[in-house]
Design a binder for this molecule. Structure first.
Ligand code: CP
Length: 314
């Protein structure tokens, strides 16, 4: 594997999860694999977990790490071919990607959806342009439509926490004051299709995600009904997909409480808005897995970087 761009790049989810769990037991087991190699992490958007866990994973593998807040510190990039660059963009991605490739052996990119133009977001212009023009492997640290490192961490958490071979897992929409992308939900859905589970998505009517991603999955618009007998409830807000990027619903009846959760474990990728997405009583209870999910981000990143390093260190 030379790039990790989406959940589709996971060669075998069960094997990767087991390998990640072994790395968690002994994080420095492959501490010389990345010696002499540098990873460059380019952030076009904010981050806490992705930024620190990916650095930690790279350090565990013996790599050197360079981090740049490209969105605030880099030159504004042009992505269109043939543009007369007489406006605000100072540098073309063609040069930028080739230049960074000279300094780094792997490039991580975080570039969110801007939620104004669905077609442009779905083209994943930043990620795909770096993939096209860079000469080294690319790691998706959350693009406009996917967050495959989060999904892999969530698969590790589910594997560690499940008490039956085929648990019931519910992905639930919850209210949020700002327009959020679909990336985490999309990758979680793609990941869930790679494993044994009774998987249900619940959201208010009108909040359907991309039908190409949810095809064949049970959708239940009654959240209480969806939560019945659930073992895991994964909660995430996403903005409207049809009326693209709009916030049309902030119905607090969808906020997850202990009463709604029952005996299920609570999952969220973080950051989370308390008492909007989920009540304090849930996050502060021992049913919440959010801190362990964040911990598993390191081992998800580490297994991915290990696979990429093994493909380039031959
Ligand atoms: N879950 C996640 O990706 O967190 P950050 O946005 O803080 O990196």
């Amino acid at each position: 594997m030379t790039n990790y761009l989406s959940v589709k790049d996971i060669e075998s989810l069960p094997k990767w999860v087991e390998e990640a769990k072994a790395l968690k037991e002994n994080p420095k087991q492959f501490k010389t694999l990345g010696e002499g190699k540098t990873i460059g992490l380019l952030f076009f958007n904010n981050s806490l977990r992705t930024r620190l866990s990916t650095q930690k994973a790279a350090i565990n593998l013996g790599m050197d790490v360079i981090v740049m807040n490209f969105g605030s510190e880099g030159w504004a990039l042009e992505y269109e071919d043939g543009t007369i660059m007489n406006q605000g963009k100072s540098e073309h991605v063609k040069e930028a990607a080739q230049v960074v490739s000279q300094y780094c052996d792997i490039i991580g990119i975080r570039a969110f959806a801007d939620l104004t133009d669905k077609e442009q977001d779905e083209a994943e212009i930043v990620l795909t342009s770096f993939r096209k023009y860079a000469t080294v492997p690319i790691l998706n640290m959350e693009s406009s439509v996917g967050h495959p490192l989060q999904a892999l961490a969530d698969a590790i958490t589910l594997s560690e926490q499940k008490s039956k071979p085929k648990p019931k897992v519910v992905l639930s929409w919850a209210p949020h004051p700002k327009a959020l992308p679909h990336a985490v939900a999309n990758s979680f859905i793609e990941m869930m299709q790679l494993q044994e589970a009774e998987f249900v998505i619940t959201h208010p009517k009108g909040y359907e995600l991309n039908p190409a991603i949810t095809k064949g999955i049970t959708i239940e618009n009654d959240q209480d009904k969806a939560f019945e007998n659930a073992d895991f409830v994964y909660v995430k807000n996403w903005s409207n997909y049809q009326d693209y990027g709009k916030v049309l619903n902030q119905d607090k009846d969808w906020t997850v409480t202990l009463d709604k959760l029952g005996s299920a474990k609570f999952m969220h990728c973080l950051p989370v808005r308390r008492n909007m997405i989920v009540a304090d009583e849930v996050l502060d209870s021992n049913q919440s897995l959010v801190i362990e999910q964040a911990n598993n981000r390191t081992y998800a990143a580490q297994i991915v970087l290990k696979k990429i390093l093994e493909s380039i260190v031959k």
